[in-house]
Design a binder for this molecule. Sequence first.
Ligand SMILES: Nc1ncnc2c1ncn2[C@@H]1O[C@H](COP(=O)(O)O)[C@@H](OP(=O)(O)O)[C@H]1O
Ligand SMILES: [Mg+2]
Length: 277
Amino acid sequence: MSSPPMVDGAFARWLADRAGQALLRLRAELGFADPGALKSAGDKVSHELIRSELARWRPGDAVLSEEDEGSRLAWAAEVSSTSLSRLTADRVWIIDPLDGTREFSEEGRADWAVHVALWARNAPTSHGLVAGAVGLPAQHRVLGTDAPPAYPPMRAEAATAGGAGPIRLAASRSRPPVFLTDVAAEVGAELVPMGSAGAKIAAVVTGEVDAYVHAGGQYEWDSAAPVAVATATGLHASRIDGSALKYNEADPRLPDLLVCRKDLASRLLAALHRHCG
Ligand SMILES: Nc1ncnc2c1ncn2[C@@H]1O[C@H](COP(=O)(O)O)[C@@H](OP(=O)(O)O)[C@H]1O
Ligand SMILES: [Mg+2]
């Protein structure tokens, strides 16, 4: 096998693509009769593939993966300092081997993703992410910071009808924030239920929707790679109170976020402030 790309962004794309191909093969092999077994196998196959490629090709870097044992612990408080390697490392890969696990196990759905992001201590950005790729295997595409997609065009109906039409607001199909219908009503938005944080942020990146709002719980790996791509594209990404998203924190919980076109950010943040502030 030839070596993967040396440059981190292209390497992240390569890795997300390989894991995505393995997940597509697994779906074809196992079928959908036992969704629980398919979910567990998907998490495991992708995690092990990514872990072993990182160990082989980036052995000096630390890794934070959703599927690592103890990944959800607030490390500084709950475990001994021997487990803190990522907190002193200069480079940390933040991985969600299979985001939208539920949708992965449902036949016909394409809203699931593989997330590969790289956080660096000396990054010039507030979120610290210097490379990332979001594999969307069932959509036959990988979005990456190595070749960030162009800023999303205004939707066709806005250009032809002379008006913007309702804002299309993506939200979790299984756990949408409780306040979201109020926020949507205030800004005249239409809710678009979808699985996977990666698939929803990818939909903002490509202009299929205008924004994604989440609250109520999530972890760094759910958003790191897609946020790296969204910000490389020039989109707005922040917590729902407008503050910066931070990665490789001692506590990996990152419960809420807003990703949207820049022109919508202040309007959406104001509405979010009124309904959940
Ligand atoms: N309230 C919550 N608490 C913890 N994680 C949540 C959450 N709501 C959503 N998530 C996680 O965010 C990802 C996207 O969720 P959704 O598809 O509902 O939008 C999923 O990741 P995984 O599929 O990797 O577990 C899901 O587990
Ligand atoms: Mg996830």
